[in-house]
Design a protein around this ligand. Structure first.
Ligand SMILES: O=C(O)c1ccc(O)c(O)c1
Ligand SMILES: [Mg+2]
Length: 608
């Protein structure tokens, strides 16, 4: 299907918006009238720019408060429409969006509205223009798409159809199934927006909180399926009013937007099944495991000490680069000191095991994801990689490890043989994003890697609530919890959680080697006793190792944390009997303990 975007989604001048939309790969745009009004380019110049960029102008919008009015007002509204049609002729736009009246309507009559829209249809037709009538969720008399369709049916004019906007339909909880009752050729335009589940007035929700498809709570896959079944074959156009996206970089938001549409088309295509021709069906190659985690710093020696304490083994130094590999079981940590001047330790990359790296790479290119530059020397294995929204480099290893080691591990020399230390794998990698990158990051992992985004949580930290969203594959062999860093904190830490079968043993071993785990306050254990009714000896075993504890309906979770080095720290976890969470209830304790430790290390610093 053709992909379109409303200029209102993007920041910048109209020229910048068009350029960014074209660069991201959109086929067309909706021109939001206020964007044209403030531009110093003439409609002809905008038309020429769109032509040069290969963009069609699919819609001109919005035209407000037309129908349901007194006869005098109708004549004035028709004069107003004529001036807009003149502009559209100069722009080369042939469809205008007419919103249901929210202000001047005084006559609650479908027949009156239909007659008036018929007059508008005649005028529009004389300009070769079509009118797409959209029911706004807060329209005075018409606030339901089924009602707008009843009116359009009554208008019965070839130049008058409906515009369906997923926000207005789904925000009101209206069943989108009735879209299939509308003949496809009478659906003149479709606007798509997702939104978080919020309980607030619908106008503010719409104007400030819309999201790109896949980022909110609406089932847009099903919405598009209804459109396809109705026979709609016009553009799928994004219309996302969102204060954040209007502040972020224009090109980046356009790429982000395109990614959401590709994701949605795939989603819908999968729901429709292979016989429908909605779009190409790209089955996402969901990662099967974590290949490695890369930690980068000017000096990684402190991290090495910690990995040694946790029972990982130095496996070798890279043949040509200042990169070292540590591992235990299937947990592989790559320490990178290349081009790392002045950088403190941080999570710089994650390698994923996929079945078909070439297919996933191609998909990522389709999704306008930036490739990661990676220097490879002759004879070295090439992994394809991408830059995730936080700047994290994501690499794909499509060759199955076969035996115990991935093929690239051969590039590391003069290390030790792995021993059975207790740590078996990387359980999860916890990433942090600034608030403005969070939605984009969720979409990156759903669209590029096909990870699922189960429900989000909020964790109370000393600096306020931390929004947290887990991204994972179906069997939990890939888990990426993502936190939104409190505003202004650019050094919010990220962490790597190592999984083992006996966390108390790993904790004791680490302590013997000098690790001081993150101290857990006594109050925490009093609270645990109250919450879980644990026996004294069980509590004592937890307390003596600074272990945290959780339980769900499947099993138990025991874990501990290391102090932070730079912007990274480690967690060691033991999942018993299919426990599937992350110990979210102990996260406030952890965040507070980290803040205390930070104050000890740097008494005047308040940032985490
Ligand atoms: O908020 C508005 O006024 C508005 C305008 C045009 C639209 O297409 C829409 O969905 C909302
Ligand atoms: Mg709309």
């Amino acid at each position: 299907m053709r992909r379109s975007i409303a200029t209102v989604c993007l920041s910048g001048s109209l020229e910048e918006k068009l350029t960014a939309a074209a660069a991201a790969g959109f086929d067309g745009v909706e021109i939001f009238e206020p964007d044209l009004v403030v531009s110093d380019s003439s409609p002809e110049e905008i038309r020429a720019l769109a032509d040069r960029l290969g963009l069609s102008i699919d819609l001109y919008q919005p035209f407000r408060d037309f129908e349901g009015v007194t006869p005098d007002l109708l004549e004035a509204n028709l004069r107003r429409a004529r001036t807009r049609f003149e502009v559209m002729r100069r722009l080369g736009a042939d469809t205008i969006l007419v919103c249901s009246n929210v202000g001047t309507a005084t006559i609650d009559s479908d027949q009156v509205s239909a007659d008036q829209l018929h007059r508008l249809g005649d005028l529009a037709a004389s300009y070769g223009i079509r009118v797409a009538y959209e029911a706004l969720a807060w329209g005075t008399y018409v606030d339901d798409y089924r009602h707008s369709w009843r009116i359009v049916e009554r208008v019965d004019h070839e130049a008058v159809g409906v515009c369906l906007d997923s926000f207005h339909i789904l925000s009101r909880g209206h069943d989108p199934a009735a879209i299939e009752d509308i003949p496809g050729e009478k659906i003149f335009f479709v606007q798509l927006a997702d939104a978080p589940a919020l309980s607030m007035d619908v106008l503010s929700w719409s104007r400030h909180h819309r999201l790109f498809p896949g980022e909110g709570a609406f089932d847009l896959g099903r919405f598009v399926v209804h459109l396809a079944r109705a026979g709609y074959d016009g553009p799928l156009s994004l219309e996302v009013f969102n204060d954040t996206f209007r502040q972020t970089d224009t090109r980046r938001t356009a790429e982000h937007a395109l990614r959401s549409l590709v994701w949605l088309e795939d989603r819908a295509a999968r729901l429709l099944g292979p016989t429908d021709s909605l779009s190409r069906i790209a089955d996402v190659d969901v990662p099967t495991g974590l290949d490695y985690v890369e930690i980068k710093a000017e000096d990684t020696s402190g991290v090495e000490v910690m990995l040694d304490q946790l029972g990982l083994v130095f496996r070798g130094k890279h043949r040509t680069k200042s990169v070292r590999l540590w591992s235990a079981g299937q947990a592989r940590i790559v320490l990178n000191e290349e081009h790392a001047r002045d950088l403190e330790p941080h999570v710089a990359g994650v390698g994923f095991q996929v079945r078909d790296a070439a297919a996933t790479s191609e998909r990522a290119r389709d999704l306008a994801v930036r490739p990661a530059a990676r220097r490879t020397h002759a004879g070295e294995q090439r992994l394809s990689g991408f830059v995730a929204p936080s700047g994290l480099e994501v690499f794909l290893n499509g060759r199955s490890a076969g035996g115990a080691e991935p093929f690239w591990a051969e590039e590391f020399e003069h290390g030790h043989v792995a021993s059975d230390s207790g740590v078996a794998s990387v359980d999860h990698v916890n990433l942090a994003h600034s608030w403005e990158a969070h939605d984009e990051a969720v979409l990156f992992y759903t669209s590029v890697l096909g990870l699922e985004a189960p429900s989000a949580t909020e964790i109370a930290g000393p600096q306020g609530l931390v929004r947290s969203q887990v991204m994972s594959n179906a069997n939990g062999s890939v888990r990426i919890p993502m936190n939104v860093a409190p505003a202004g904190q650019t050094r919010f830490p990220e962490h790597v959680a190592l999984r083992c079968d006996d966390v108390a043993a790993v904790a004791r071993h680490a302590r013997e080697r000098g690790l001081r785990p993150l101290p857990v306050p006594a109050n925490y254990y009093d609270d645990l006793r109250a919450r879980f009714d644990l026996a004294d000896d069980v509590l004592e075993r937890l307390r003596s190792n600074d272990l945290l504890y959780d339980r769900d309906d499947r099993g138990e979770f025991r874990h501990f944390y290391t102090p932070r080095i730079g912007r990274v720290f480690f967690e060691v976890v033991e999942r018993v009997d299919g426990y599937d969470g992350y110990g979210a209830d102990s996260a406030p304790t952890r965040l507070a303990a980290q803040a205390r430790l930070d104050r000890l290390v740097a008494p005047r610093s308040t940032s985490a």
